[in-house]
Design a protein around this ligand. Structure first.
Ligand SMILES: Nc1ncnc2c1ncn2[C@@H]1O[C@H](COP(=O)(O)OP(=O)(O)O)[C@@H](O)[C@H]1O
Ligand SMILES: [Mg+2]
Length: 259
């Protein structure tokens, strides 16, 4: 079995869901594929290191990296050559430029198993995604590429929310590259992160909040406390739905793309 699987997550626009998809989708996916062993998430971002928030996670092993490292090329080579399952989350703007330049110089891009390009629904996001797509393809003709439709609102029509993606981007790229997974917008992402874990892991938490709430009611706990407990109960249920409706379908798609 190939012990070296690397997923690179990139888009030079900030706030499009790179860090969220790295930690909530790609790391749990690789852990799941790897007997629930932790996945290293390398975050190349000088400004904000959000991966640090997954401090209690069993599937995310956070590893911050310096994009201004004068030895960036060697750093990237070491990461790519290591026998490990890892996600490489590249920060926006300069981080993207520096990383892609160093990656090209390293000539090790053929080791990458998948390149993921997260986008939100704006026009600018879609233009950026297309530029990044072109850069990746100019460097490497083979690597599978997937777009992550980030922060999808489930009550809306997917094709309507991501109209720029479906109408302007998809028709202009190679048929073999018209791949996407969807990451719904959900408060359970925030909820899990507060616990220092991923939604995927939280969805297996068996805490019986119903009994806890009943007990709290018996003990005449404050209504504020009861409300807090029922909120947690609801969010925990949301993580189970998120796993079934969002993560597992995305895992299945990723499996097809990587193999
Ligand atoms: N699916 C989602 N559900 C809820 N919040 C999300 C989701 N995706 C991203 N966010 C929020 O949007 C913000 C930007 O996302 P982030 O992943 O940090 O973007 P990037 O790494 O591309 O800058 C963060 O505050 C994150 O919590
Ligand atoms: Mg980020």
């Amino acid at each position: 079995m190939n012990k070296n699987k690397k997923i690179v997550v990139v888009n030079n626009k900030g706030g499009v869901g790179k860090t969220t998809s790295s930690n909530e989708l790609f790391a749990p996916f690789l852990s799941f594929e790897n007997g629930m062993k932790p996945t290293i998430v390398y975050e190349f971002d000088e400004e904000n290191l959000h991966g640090a928030k997954y401090c209690n996670s069993d599937c995310v092993k956070f590893s911050p990296q310096k994009i201004t490292n004068s030895n960036l090329e060697n750093n990237i080579m070491d990461i790519l050559l290591e026998d490990s399952y890892a996600v490489i989350d590249i920060g926006a703007n300069k981080s993207t430029t520096y990383f892609l330049e160093a990656l090209e110089k390293s000539a090790l891009d053929q080791i990458i198993s998948l390149v993921a390009i997260p986008i939100s629904d704006g026009e600018q996001d879609t233009l950026n995604a297309r530029n990044i797509y072109r850069k990746i393809r100019a460097m490497n003709k083979e690597v599978p590429i997937v777009f992550v439709l980030s922060r999808y609102t489930p009550s809306r029509e997917l094709e309507y929310q991501f109209d720029y993606f479906f109408e302007s981007l998809l028709p202009r790229i190679d048929a073999k590259d018209r791949n996407w997974v969807v990451l719904n917008d959900s408060d359970c992402i925030k909820f899990a992160r507060k616990e220092g874990k991923t939604v995927f892991e939280m969805s297996y938490d068996n805490t019986d909040y119903k009994s806890i709430i009943k007990n709290a009611l018996k003990k005449k706990k404050s209504s504020k406390k009861i409300k807090e407990l029922s909120q947690r109960n609801k969010l925990l249920q949301d993580t189970v739905e998120y796993r079934k409706d969002v993560l597992i379908p995305a895992f299945n798609r990723l499996k097809e793309l990587i193999n």
